[in-house]
Design a protein around this ligand. Structure first.
Ligand SMILES: [Fe+2]
Ligand SMILES: [Fe+2]
Length: 287
């Protein structure tokens, strides 16, 4: 009987994404518009600023993020225009995504502690992915966004639970194994629904699987970063049951070794990345 309930829960959770009445979490439209402009070689500063000014709340979050020591350096950044000039269009696009996801998806609701954990894990993974790419010379323009969105399915599923079950939300302990099992697929469905580029959908939608071809190095960077979040106490774990936390978002040792090999990183190089991260992670604003 318990198995039948569990099976139904699992089917319902994924089916919800196909239900026309279900509204997936929205990505503020400015984020996609900024992404489109950033793709162009002739992207211009004023155009990005005008887009950001359309969404004052998002613009305020972007300004707050770029004012942290992580981006501002010694001289504080005081305007959106100064931020775009100093950091460049593509870094600003990443910051806009960070702000957009924090506001549009990881908002609090039911299961808010877990959503906050997923938000922290996602942000930290994004920054470490950027560091991994730098060390491994991976030319992956969209790597930060892949890191940021890889586990967005956890949030999508937890936000969908209410829709499935009406007002009585099931306990997280009961949900957790299903949410964990389905999160990769749900991440894929969400980034597809937002119309993100094919490479992002590939990497995010199969981040627990090995990649070959064009996306192999970017997927390996996300996987390594995903694992390194553990050193900052930012892994995704489930609720406590009988005093023990349920595991989640597991990456096995073989996948990790394969990722490091794909990137040509030995233990010493991984230690350097960890040292980079130790300097940076405390500066991250949205936690
Ligand atoms: Fe993860
Ligand atoms: Fe994951």
């Amino acid at each position: 009987m318990v198995d039948l309930i569990a099976e139904k829960l699992r089917t319902d959770l994924l089916a919800v994404f196909d239900d026309p009445a279900y509204r997936p979490p929205v990505l503020p439209s400015v984020a996609m518009d900024v992404m489109t402009v950033a793709e162009r070689d002739d992207a211009d500063v004023d155009e990005i600023v005008r887009l950001l000014e359309r969404d004052q709340m998002l613009a305020a979050t972007v300004l707050r993020l770029v004012s942290t020591p992580l981006y501002a350096g010694r001289t504080p950044i005081r305007s959106l225009k100064a931020a775009v000039i100093r950091l460049g269009v593509r870094v600003i696009r990443d910051v806009v995504f960070e702000a957009a996801i924090a506001r549009g998806v990881f908002r609090t609701g039911e299961y808010s502690d877990t959503l906050a954990l997923v938000a922290r894990h996602s942000t930290v993974t994004a920054y470490i992915t950027r560091m991994v790419c730098r060390r491994a010379a991976v030319d992956a323009d969209l790597s930060f966004i892949c890191g940021l969105l890889h586990d967005v399915g956890f949030a999508g599923l937890l936000l969908a639970v209410k829709h499935v079950e009406g007002s009585a939300a099931p306990s997280l302990a009961m949900l957790w194994p299903h949410v964990d099992h389905l999160h990769e697929r749900a991440s894929c469905l969400l980034v597809e629904s937002w119309g993100l580029p094919r490479d992002v959908i590939e990497v995010v939608g199969h981040h627990h699987h090995l990649h070959t071809g064009m996306t192999a190095r970017i997927a390996a960077s996300v996987r390594l970063a995903d694992h390194l979040t553990e050193y900052f106490d930012c892994s995704i774990v489930g609720p406590k049951v009988d005093g023990e936390r349920l595991p989640g978002d597991h990456i096995d040792a073989f996948d990790l070794e394969t990722a490091a090999a794909e990137l040509g990183l030995d233990d010493a190089a991984v230690k350097h990345i960890l040292a980079d991260a130790e300097r940076t992670i405390p500066e991250i604003a949205i936690m």
